[in-house]
Ligand binder design. Structure first.
Ligand SMILES: C[S@@+](CC[C@H](N)C(=O)[O-])C[C@H]1O[C@@H](n2cnc3c(N)ncnc32)[C@H](O)[C@@H]1O
Length: 234
């Protein structure tokens, strides 16, 4: 399991180049994955949404744009330099844009500084993989959801069997080399590769959600299974 202090320091190091590296390494597909996540959230018509591990805030901004103007959107992360990126983007948006109504707050996914049943939806996009205790993180997400509220976990997954050799060649050999050049921090992307390979496939991940108390769990696999969106009801 990842060491929280090391994860925090690593994201602090790459924060300024995080968005650029994402676009380059995924060929822009990461934006499409987040858009699909947001469409599923919107379908539940939530009034209050927590975007956990919000990082530079892309999902929080997309949620604010997609949801009605009176929806409360909170972006939370434990790494201040990542939140600083989100706040800088918010500051450069117009004061009457949807971005302006997001609250960006520092908080740890393993001990959320939020009350019970405070949210109708929780999203976590490429964040759960980095948390030291997934069961605890998922249990915290369930605690802050009202009964009937939904969690949406967008995360790397295990791709279709035939595609794995090619995919792992990319994540092991090509990705860290390119990312090392873009961010100047190859070690961070060696970690990314290791964390992707160690992460459960969609069936095991669905089971983890059920163990944390979520019901009606479903997994939507995307892009040959590289990524999966898991949805569960609290
Ligand atoms: C790969 S980034 C994802 C950012 C954003 N959600 C996105 O889709 O681009 C992972 C984020 O998880 C955050 N993170 C990792 N562990 C965390 C924890 N225990 N509590 C809160 N945030 C955490 C990191 O600081 C980082 O910003």
């Amino acid at each position: 399991m990842p060491d929280p202090a090391a994860v925090n320091t690593m994201f602090a190091r790459i924060a300024r180049r995080y968005d650029a590296a994402n676009r380059l390494l995924s060929g822009g597909v990461d934006q499409w994955w987040r858009r699909r996540l947001v469409r599923h959230v919107r379908a539940g018509s939530p009034r209050a949404v927590l975007d956990l591990a919000t990082g530079s805030g892309d999902v929080a901004f997309a949620l604010a744009r997609a949801l009605p103007g009176d929806t409360r959107v909170t972006g939370m992360d434990f790494c201040q330099p990542m939140l600083d990126q989100a706040v800088a983007k918010q500051a450069s948006a117009s004061p009457d844009s949807p971005a302006a109504r997001i609250s960006f707050l520092q908080g740890d996914g393993l001990a959320l500084p939020c009350g019970d049943a405070e949210f109708d939806a929780v999203t976590v996009s490429f964040g759960l993989r980095n948390m030291a205790d997934r069961h605890r993180a998922l249990s915290e997400m369930r605690r802050v959801l009202r009964p009937g509220g939904r969690v949406h976990v967008l995360e790397f997954s295990q791709p279709y069997g035939w595609f794995r050799p090619l995919y792992y060649f990319y994540t092991k050999r090509i990705l860290p080399a390119i990312a090392g050049k873009v961010t100047g921090d190859r070690a961070a992307y060696d970690y990314l590769n290791a964390s992707i390979e160690a992460y459960p496939g969609h069936a095991a991940m669905s089971e983890e959600l059920r163990r944390a108390g979520f019901r009606e769990v479903r997994a939507i696999r995307m892009t040959l299974g590289i990524v999966a969106l898991h949805i569960g009801v609290a």
